[in-house]
Design a protein around this ligand. Structure first.
Ligand code: PA5
Length: 438
């Protein structure tokens, strides 16, 4: 009997308008369009989950964990969001403030922007002689990640002398990008991102697993959970295939005007998971339909319960009827705290309170006719996180088939990259004339 479980419930996604007659053929058609002639990008996701050789990752992590006092990841989008999920979901809150003995691993930072104040603040507190920088970029050419890398390169060289290359590990594609060439020319330790593996689908490759191993996360257990969910995604008993059901019912609601897909997590540890989901959902599905060129996609929103009940919930309940909500909860929290409620004259615990509020919210959402699905993790751990990642990876891939888009690539974002290059050279700047200076 597995002790970990991931429970998916879709009762409140089913409405009278959805007949079994409608849904079953759509489940079958969607399944076949993904698994009949599986495209190379989807196959690459499957291969990573099934066949990734993690020994090299574990061996490198073992030596580095002891040697350094801080491990810093530079990357953006799919090259950093997944790592942040793992860090925040599996390591305790305020991890960097613990002592070395309590952490039993280096301090850990993920830097995914070129905000000069943020990067300066980090450089001010690092002991460069005892820091390893992990540069993650599949293309090896991303302007933001390279800026971070160049900002640190000379500083590391002058702080560490001849051994400077040992202070870097590069995770990149085996391609013509700058990072791959630089790593080879300077004998820097590298890990490869497979050519066909999309950035936002890469969390279970070295991209997410190397930093995880440095943190001491059990990456075998995470991959085991991932494989269990992959088996479920391949289940031809469609009414037991969680990501498929979720994608198809969500799509039916989308056709009924639910243009916003909210992920409402009742656990702070899952806050970064919401950011990862937003990127995956938006960048994969917000596209032109391949047949008729119409614009399709749902806007993802991420929220944390109970906090959201005191901010956006009013809008969810009484505002436009344009949302479908996934409530994500944890059954057994890793820590709990009891208190005596003098107001009610009873002893309660935080876990009881957060779960009660979660269930109350579900009831109110139901009463207000808001379509909802629920995911409950028995516990926040490696196995369940692996399942959760793959649930969303395949829900997204199935949704791409339903919406008639290619869930890989990001053609519109590429045009921003080109524009940055032009404006950088001072060409094509926009001139605004209606500004108010106060
Ligand atoms: O999902 C994607 O492919 C993107 O979000 C990329 O991850 C992001 O643009 C970073 O690209 P790279 O890894 O090439 O630096």
């Amino acid at each position: 009997m597995p002790t970990e479980n991931f429970i998916y419930n879709y009762d409140l996604l089913i409405t009278e308008n959805f007949s079994r007659k409608d849904i079953l053929p759509l489940l079958q058609k969607t399944y076949e369009s993904v698994f009949k002639n599986t495209d190379s990008e989807t196959q690459s996701v499957i291969d990573i989950i099934n066949n990734l050789d993690i020994d090299a990752i574990l061996n490198y992590a073992k030596t580095i964990r002891k040697k350094c006092s801080a491990f810093v990841v530079f990357g953006i989008g799919g090259s950093s969001l997944g790592t942040n999920v793992i860090f925040h979901a599996l390591k305790q809150h305020n991890y960097n403030e613990l002592s070395r003995v309590e952490r039993s691993a280096p301090k850990f930072y993920v830097e995914d922007n070129v905000d000069p104040e943020k990067i300066t603040a980090l450089l001010n507190i690092l002991n460069l002689k005892r820091t390893i920088f992990c540069i993650v970029s599949k293309s090896g050419d991303t302007i933001e990640t390279l800026a971070q890398f160049f900002a640190i390169l000379e500083k590391i060289k002058s702080a560490t002398g001849k051994s400077w290359a040992e202070h870097f590990v590069i995770i990149t594609g085996n391609n013509d990008g700058f990072l791959n060439k630089f790593a080879r020319e300077n004998s820097i330790k590298t890990f490869e991102i497979p050519e066909k593996l999309g950035g936002r689908y890469s969390v279970l490759s070295a991209v997410g697993l190397l930093p995880s191993a440095i943190l001491g996360v059990d990456i075998r257990a995470m991959l085991e959970g991932a494989r269990e969910m992959l088996e479920n995604a391949k289940n031809t008993d469609f009414t037991h295939n969680a990501p498929l059901i979720s994608a198809v019912l969500n799509y039916k609601h989308y056709l009924n005007g639910k243009n916003i897909a909210v992920l409402l997590s009742y656990a702070n540890a899952l806050g970064r998971f919401g950011d990862w989901y937003c990127q995956l959902w938006a960048e994969s599905l917000g596209k032109r339909n391949l047949n008729d060129n119409t614009r399709v996609g749902q806007t993802p929103v991420t929220a944390i319960g109970t906090s959201v009940q005191h901010s956006q919930f009013q809008l969810y309940l009484d505002g436009p009827s344009d949302k479908v909500i996934t409530v994500l909860g944890v059954e057994n929290f890793r820590n709990d705290l009891e208190y005596y409620n003098e107001n009610l004259n009873e002893k309660v615990s935080f876990e009881h309170l957060i779960k009660t509020e979660r269930d109350a919210s579900i009831q109110v959402l139901y009463k207000n006719n808001i379509p909802c699905e629920f995911i409950t993790l028995s516990k926040m751990n490696e196995n369940n996180l692996g399942k959760l990642f793959v649930f969303y990876l395949f829900k997204t891939i199935f949704s791409g088939a339903l919406l008639g888009v290619n869930p890989y690539g990001q053609p519109a974002v590429e045009s921003v990259k080109q524009t940055i290059k032009r404006i950088y050279k001072d060409e094509n700047k926009l001139i605004f004339s209606n500004s108010i200076k106060i």
